[in-house]
Design a protein. Sequence first.
Length: 149
Amino acid sequence: MFRRITSNNKDKPPIWQELYNRWEDHIRRIQRSFFYIINSYPKIVYAAMVSSILISLGCFFYLPKTKKDKTQAPTKSLLSGFYSGMGSIAYTASATKELFELQSIVEQLVRKDSLTQQDSAMVLYVFERMQKIENSIINSKMPDTLTHK
């Protein structure tokens, strides 16, 4: 019912075969020297293996273990930097959005033929709010809210 799809790379050898073919002379030289040492000095090789096992056991049982101090301040994880960066990006995006909204309010007020006292107060409020947002972005401090009060 289902056919197995054969690859078109039948003639191409696998990567391990290519690596072996490339470094074959070096691999053979290392193999020969390894087997020569093992066959020529079996007692020394055996003694080296046993001594390494004994040394590792001695280190495991007799070296003191370092205890972590419980009063240490927790270290910042890698993700905390990521999340704070994402928060600052989100804050900058929302601040930019609010700046565009404030700019559109100013443009609407400028298009009017005459301004009332309420319009003048609104222009002053908009410019003060723009200044606060720009200063908070420059100082990279997030204000309490980005909404109009």
